[in-house]
Design a protein around this ligand. Structure first.
Ligand SMILES: C[S@@+](CC[C@H](N)C(=O)[O-])C[C@H]1O[C@@H](n2cnc3c(N)ncnc32)[C@H](O)[C@@H]1O
Length: 263
């Protein structure tokens, strides 16, 4: 039988293989959803404009232009996968955005340059997390804010698709930190926790469109599942969609806000 790496030792996801071709379409968000995140982030950032920001693990630039619109910039989108960065340059350009090759463990920016830094669903991909915490502290100015938008394993969302891929619970528990683990790691690098936000988000499209988008497989948990598991789950999902028994559920948009020590 086809097997994959056991969840305790998840293999890294290479966004240069296929994800860069489908991510922008598979994970697109409507402008209102981007604006909602910006408003929630703004509540934890200074009111002055412009603010200099870093979108660390910016991918295809899903949030980078929105950050520039909301906070002025410059916003530096730092992304290790060439394919993702090229898609960002082609589809998510903005006069106040610059995309840079780099990764969390070695951020290609000078000390103290940024008022804030966002990691949006990229932290779980970082191999050396203590090194990333040191780098984030280095590029933030004293008192600068770090927003960690992630899934946390103590509050994994029961997505509308979750029941079709039941092993995804176990994989995501291995993939994501708990809130306490994230706070301990950044606490050790001199960060103080300012807020823990638990956001509830409704499903913002009809189920048929959501199924079609999910089939692009632009979700990293799928990279840890077998073709047989995925085929079986999508077949059950198609049957339930046709029968009108697919259940609509929202998700979470949780994040932790940290502050870099002043001295
Ligand atoms: C799920 S995507 C999120 C992209 C974007 N933040 C978004 O929300 O659309 C995760 C991104 O993290 C990037 N990544 C992987 N390892 C990284 C690292 N060590 N440092 C920074 N980003 C990394 C991947 O290449 C990928 O583009």
């Amino acid at each position: 039988m086809e097997t994959k790496t056991p969840p305790q030792t998840l293999a890294p996801v290479d966004y240069n293989l296929t994800q860069h071709q489908t991510y922008a379409q598979g994970r697109a968000l409507p402008p209102d959803a981007i604006r909602l995140y910006m408003a929630r982030f703004a509540a934890h950032l200074p009111e002055a404009r412009p603010l200099v920001g870093v979108d660390l693990g910016s991918g295809t630039g899903r949030f980078t232009p929105g950050l520039a619109e909301a906070f002025g910039g410059p916003i530096y989108g730092v992304e290790p996968a060439d394919g993702m960065r090229e898609a960002a340059e082609a589809g998510s350009g903005h006069p106040a955005v610059r995309y840079l090759a780099g990764r969390a463990e070695a951020i290609p920016l000078p000390d103290g340059v940024a008022d804030f830094l966002l990691m949006f669903l990229s932290y779980h991909h970082v191999a050396d997390k203590p090194a990333a915490a040191r780098e984030i502290a280095r590029v933030l100015r004293p008192g600068g804010r770090f927003i960690l938008r992630s899934t946390f394993k103590d509050r994994i969302p029961h997505h509308w698709w979750r029941d079709y891929f039941p092993r995804s619970w176990e994989i995501e528990r291995a993939m994501f930190p708990s809130e306490a683990e994230a706070q301990a790691l950044f606490g050790a690098a001199g960060f103080r926790t300012v807020a823990v936000e638990h956001m509830e988000l409704p499903l913002d499209e009809d189920l048929a469109a959501a199924v079609a988008r999910l089939k692009l497989r632009a979700v990293s948990v799928f990279e840890h599942m077998t073709e047989a598991e995925l085929d079986e789950g999508f077949a059950r999902m198609d049957a339930d969609l046709a029968a009108g028994t697919l259940e609509e559920r929202g998700t979470y948009g949780d994040f932790i806000v940290f502050e870099r020590a002043i001295a």
